[in-house]
Ligand binder design. Structure first.
Ligand SMILES: [Zn+2]
Length: 233
């Protein structure tokens, strides 16, 4: 599922009517992350640097960071209810977090497979796309492919992101580190600083400099490593 930011700053998504699944709310927050980045970063002297016109290594960081808010019981309790209006219970959110962390490293291996396929199909331009794709998935993940399938044919980002699918994982490295700069998910001072240092500059400064200004240090992979090995309790 993907959203598209329009010049009028509307977010167009293919969500169902009525209640939404948690995964859909997560997607909504992700796309909303792009939207606020585009709006708040939109006031630049040069349109080239306006809004989400940052490096592609970074463009998925604000959106993936905002996903964290749908895994917080306190945040969810403020708006997420069932049909009777009862907020989602905190212990259910805790169990959902546990389930989400289960097999996370395996999911990342699959994402690295996508990133390799995206990179190598564009760089190597192999004659046999199917064989090349199979190879890069095989060396990335222990999960074997289903015979007779051609996953690259349904890999939408293969054309939209070109060889840069890796940005999802690299941006996630940055997104996890950005979260360490928040005193709390609903802390107004942290949010204001994030807005000033990360979102409002748009593409006016290098993303690494924006992140360093917000964190007070260059970003590292430590938070991402921790995220991969998050204990299931
Ligand atoms: Zn995105």
């Amino acid at each position: 599922m993907r959203g598209q930011v329009l010049p009028e700053a509307a977010l167009v998504c293919n969500f169902p009517r009525g209640l939404m699944e948690h995964r859909e709310v997560q997607t909504f927050f992700h796309e909303f992350g792009h939207l606020v980045h585009d709006i708040l970063g939109g006031d630049q002297e040069w349109v080239e640097f306006s809004g989400v016109a940052t490096e592609w290594d970074f463009v998925e960081a604000p959106s993936q960071m905002l996903e964290e808010w749908v895994w917080d019981a306190e945040v969810l309790a403020s708006f997420a209810t069932d049909e009777s209006g009862t907020p989602i219970p905190a212990d259910l959110v805790a169990r959902m977090r546990e389930a989400d962390a289960f097999g996370r490293a395996l999911l990342v291996r699959m994402q690295l497979g996508h990133a390799r396929v995206s990179y190598h199909l564009h760089m190597d331009r192999p004659a046999d796309i199917a064989a090349a794709s199979d190879h890069w998935y095989e060396v990335s993940s222990p999960v074997g492919k289903l015979e007779g399938t051609h996953s690259y044919a349904a890999f939408g980002h293969l054309t939209e992101y070109g060889s840069c699918y890796y940005t999802y994982q690299w941006s996630l490295v940055i997104a996890r580190d950005l979260l360490t700069g928040f005193a709390g998910l609903m802390d107004p001072a942290s949010a204001t600083r994030y807005r000033r240092e990360i979102l409002e500059p748009g593409g006016r400064r290098d993303a690494a400099d924006l992140v360093e200004a917000f964190l007070g240090r260059p970003f590292t992979v430590d938070a991402y490593r921790e995220f991969l090995g998050e204990p299931s309790s």
